[in-house]
Design a protein around this ligand. Structure first.
Ligand SMILES: Cc1cc2nc3c(=O)[nH]c(=O)nc-3n(C[C@H](O)[C@H](O)[C@H](O)COP(=O)(O)OP(=O)(O)OC[C@H]3O[C@@H](n4cnc5c(N)ncnc54)[C@H](O)[C@@H]3O)c2cc1C
Length: 393
């Protein structure tokens, strides 16, 4: 029983584009709709390895990933004056991950996936959202926000942590959201002269952490993570919230915000996981952050987004279009791995940002031990170096 009809994917992000490429390669006819008007040109920095690397390798994308170049030779922890107290060569991290590792911006990964999708002729409609969805059992009748309507054989929600498909099919986000007690904001400076050097610099203070990533001689990305009560922060007030949280911040924490010319951070959100009892209903299934957001603290959200897409495509093939059996197999395969990473991230959230009770000397000791050449491979092994697709041919 092959899938009879077009497949709709909501979200041209990491999960959505990976799924679109794999479905197209397997002979399906996906349509991708993306709420944004265009691909992102900026994006926060990410670590990429493990399950994400495995999927990228199976898709033949590792050449494009390895060709990305950023002037980051080390991960360095600095104090309030910028003095380095721990330095980890990136080559050591890469070695611990079997050389299957890159630093990249989310926008790089989306661009690489989009290029592949385009080369295959995947249809992508930017500036479009699903407004209504009606699963009749035989078909899913979808109405888009421009008023047009069409029937689809299957619909996938790959539209991120605040998924619109999830809202339409499963209801309000609050049922599934787990707030981890902090906010994240990302910034991009087109020109800077901060003393970051050729390193990703991490600076931590009570209730706030900042990471800085040089992109070349001039450009700098920064990610700020800070403790905050969960409140509604309207657009237009986001930058002010970050400025308030980093008032008086040491090293370049406050100065970087003074130098920022944007009216909003390029990314701003709560640190919120999504945990759901089911990832599919009828002919609709969710993948990536939409059903299993880990948060940045797991450092593997993009890996699991790609793994989810891979497993869905493979299971649809295995069950020859029996989508119910494929969706059951997809959840059985991925749910334990997602749950484990969510638990790890929730535990890590309690210590990632220093609190008033933290002992700086103890944190520095732990950092040095974790990133030492002998211990690091075991840490990665415990936290995601092994692909969830290992043995899945
Ligand atoms: C600061 C930060 C650092 C991170 N670091 C890492 C890391 O080091 N390693 C790692 O693996 N992961 C990391 N992550 C997590 C990773 O970015 C996510 O897990 C990953 O992007 C999830 O992919 P996705 O495709 O599910 O969702 P997204 O990448 O969020 O893509 C969702 C897409 O859907 C679109 N969309 C949203 N709503 C709609 C709608 N209603 N209709 C149509 N389209 C819609 C969005 O515009 C977007 O294009 C980090 C996250 C953050 C915030």
């Amino acid at each position: 029983m092959a899938i009879d009809g077009k497949i709709l994917i909501s979200g041209a992000g990491i999960a959505g584009l990976t799924l679109a490429v794999l479905l197209k390669e397997h002979g399906h006819d996906p349509l991708v709709v993306e709420q944004d008007a265009a691909l992102p040109s900026e994006g926060y920095m990410m670590d990429f390895f493990g399950s994400g690397w495995d999927v990228a390798q199976r898709m033949g994308l590792t050449g494009a990933l390895r060709s990305l170049r950023y002037p980051i030779d080390a991960l360095q922890f600095v104090d309030d004056s910028g003095v380095i107290y721990a330095s980890v060569p990136i080559a050591r991290v890469a070695r611990a991950l079997g050389e299957n590792y890159v630093y990249l911006r989310r926008s790089d990964l989306v661009r690489i996936l989009h290029e592949r999708a385009q080369s295959l002729g995947v249809e992508i409609r930017f500036g479009t959202e699903i407004a209504e969805l009606d699963d009749t059992g035989e078909r899913v009748h979808v109405t888009f926000d421009d008023g047009s309507a069409r029937d689809f054989a299957l619909v996938f929600g790959a539209d991120g942590v605040h998924s619109g498909v999830r809202h339409l099919v499963f209801g309000d986000e609050s049922q599934f959201a787990r707030y981890l007690g902090a906010y994240v904001a990302a910034f991009h400076l087109a020109e800077h002269d901060f003393p970051v050097g050729r390193a990703m610099k991490l600076h931590e203070e009570t209730d706030r952490v900042a990471a800085y990533y040089p992109l070349d001689d001039k450009r700098l990305d920064a990610t700020y993570v800070f403790r905050h009560d969960e409140v509604d922060v309207p657009r237009g007030e986001r930058l002010a919230v970050v400025q308030e949280a980093y008032a008086g911040a040491g090293w370049i924490g406050e100065k970087m915000l003074d130098a920022y010319h944007g009216s909003e951070p390029i990314f701003f959100d709560t640190l919120t996981q999504i945990a759901m009892p089911r990832w599919s209903r009828g002919r609709v299934a969710l993948l990536g952050d939409a059903c299993g957001c880990l948060t940045l603290l797991a450092g593997q959200g993009s890996h699991m987004a790609m793994a989810g897409a891979y497993v869905i495509a493979r299971e649809l093939e295995r069950y020859n279009g029996n989508y119910a059996a494929a969706f059951t197999a997809y959840e059985a395969k991925l749910r334990p791995a997602v749950a484990k990473r969510q638990e790890d991230a929730a535990t890590f959230a309690k210590v990632f940002i220093p609190s008033a009770h933290s002992r700086p000397w103890l944190r520095r000791l732990v950092i040095k031990v974790i990133f030492s050449p002998l211990v690091m491979p075991f840490v990665f092994k415990a936290f995601g170096a092994k692909s969830v697709l290992e043995g899945y041919s």
